[in-house]
Write a protein that binds this ligand. Structure first.
Ligand code: ZN
Length: 134
C-alpha cells in the first residue's frame, strides 16, 4: 500500500509537520503492527523527525547552513549552472527517508517527536512524499 503526499514549501530549509498524514495513512491501511516508510522524492528534500516548534524550525536550517553554507564554493554549480550545491549536501546528510514502527495502529513516536519534510532547495518546491506500509 502506497500513498503520495504533496507538500508546498519555501526555500532554504523550510519544513512541514506531516505526522498527522502518516498517522492517517497507517489507520487507513488497517494494519495493526508493522512499519511505515516515509520517503522524500528528489535530491534536495529530506525526511527526519524533530520537535516541531517555531524555535527549532529556525535553528535547524541555520545550523545546517553552517555545515554546508549556501555561499560556499560547489563544483556542482559548474555541472548544471545552478546554485543549489549546498541543498544537495544538506539533503544527503539528513537523508531522504525514515521508517517508523507502529503497534495497535499507532505510530511509536515520542510525545514531542514529529515527522517532517524539509525542502533544502534554493527555491520553493512542491515536494512529493511517498508513504508505504512495510
Ligand atoms: Zn542541483
Amino acid at each position: 500500500m502506497i500513498k503520495i503526499l504533496h507538500v508546498n514549501l519555501d526555500a532554504h530549509g523550510d519544513m512541514a509537520d506531516i505526522t498527522d498524514e502518516v498517522r492517517k495513512f497507517v489507520k487507513e491501511s488497517g494494519k495493526r503492527e508493522g512499519a511505515v516508510l516515509v520517503f522524500a522524492k528528489g535530491s534536495t528534500g529530506a525526511i527526519t523527525t524533530i520537535e516541531y516548534e517555531p524555535g527549532l524550525k529556525k535553528d535547524f536550517p541555520r545550523i545546517m547552513d553552517k555545515i554546508a553554507p549556501y555561499g560556499d564554493h560547489y563544483e556542482h554549480h559548474k555541472t548544471w549552472g545552478d546554485d543549489n550545491g549546498s541543498s544537495h549536501v544538506k539533503a544527503a546528510i539528513v537523508g531522504p527517508s525514515i521508517v517508523v514502527p507502529f503497534k495497535d495502529g499507532e505510530l511509536l513516536l515520542g510525545m514531542w517527536q514529529q515527522i517532517v519534510i524539509v525542502n533544502f532547495d534554493t527555491r520553493p518546491r512542491r515536494r512529493e512524499v511517498i508513504l508505504q506500509i512495510l
